[in-house]
Design a protein around this ligand. Structure first.
Ligand SMILES: NC(=O)N[C@@H](O)C(=O)O
Length: 282
């Protein structure tokens, strides 16, 4: 099932795409697609007949595919080719950092270049949405705690991240730096999260072309690993790292986003995002 949230920013309603790709309203079934609701909704989905749900007229904006996200956990350097392009050593254990949830935006919302930024960059990633509270879980059971998957762009300001001291979070958390969606694709539709192509283009030029089989730490390993350090709750998201081809890694010189450019990215079976790049208004 492809779950969506549609409508104006901050007033999104729950919906789903039916077999013909038409948008249906889910608000008679659940108030939103988020944490505790997600936990209740998932078992009911198999019994739901989408053709009985009201069709949504027009083409409303799609918002972030999960609302009220409690934690946006990110994994760094999880693809060898990306670690190499940034000159970093391969991690011996997953590199974990947090992106502020205020960075979350919709799949077609603009990417806003923050004030003072010269180095705003892109990162296509497979996003994992947690469906059940996970604490000290094993790798073998980890995928049972996953509600589904979505496309994530881990937008990053490299100077804020790498040149301004401290940890990475400052360069990862600016408003609009966490587009998620268009869909939350439920786990039953993604039999193997390690078998998905992922790609990203800027103005039609393909920069990233990766595959989740190249991850250093698999989705199951990551969910289990993170759960050893913090409890994961329904609606929490783990962004699983990016393959090679980010702007920072371009040769002979890095390439960064400029206002007016268009970024498109996708993960096989999970849909595509499209963002216009704009400057922050003073
Ligand atoms: N370099 C960097 O920020 N990397 C990551 O976020 C990543 O590997 O996904």
């Amino acid at each position: 099932m492809k779950l969506v949230r549609y409508g104006p920013k901050g007033k999104e309603r729950p919906g789903l795409l039916d077999a013909e790709g038409r948008l249906r309203d889910l608000s008679g079934v659940v108030p939103d697609i988020q944490g505790p609701v997600l936990k209740r909704l998932l078992p009911r989905l198999t019994r739901l007949n989408p053709t009985r749900l009201p069709l949504v007229p027009g083409r409303p904006r799609l918002g972030p595919c999960v609302g009220g996200v409690g934690k946006f956990v990110c994994i760094g350097l999880n693809y060898k080719d990306h670690a190499e392009e940034t000159g970093a050593a391969y991690p011996k254990e997953p590199v974990v950092f947090l992106k502020a949830t205020s960075a979350i935006s919709g799949p077609y919302d603009p990417i806003v270049i923050p004030r003072g930024s010269q180095k705003t960059d892109w990162e296509v990633e497979l996003g994992v949405v947690i469906g059940r509270t996970a604490r000290y879980i094993s790798e073998a059971e980890a995928l049972e705690y996953v509600a589904g998957y979505c496309v994530v762009n881990d937008v990053s300001e490299r100077a804020f991240q790498l040149e301004r001291g401290g940890q990475w979070d400052k360069g990862k958390s600016c408003d609009s730096f966490g587009p998620i969606g268009p869909y939350l694709v439920t786990r039953d539709e993604v039999p193997d999260p390690q078998n998905l192509r992922l790609w990203l283009e800027v103005d039609g030029r393909r920069y990233q072309n990766g595959h989740t089989r190249e991850m250093i730490f698999s989705v199951a390993q990551l969910v289990s690993y993170v759960s050893q350090f913090m409890s994961l709750h329904p609606g929490d998201i783990i962004a699983t790292g990016t393959p090679a081809g980010v702007g920072l890694g371009q040769k002979p010189e890095p390439v960064y986003l400029r206002p007016g450019q268009v970024v498109r990215l996708g993960v096989e079976g999970l849909g595509e995002q499209r963002h216009r790049v704009v400057a922050e208004e003073d």
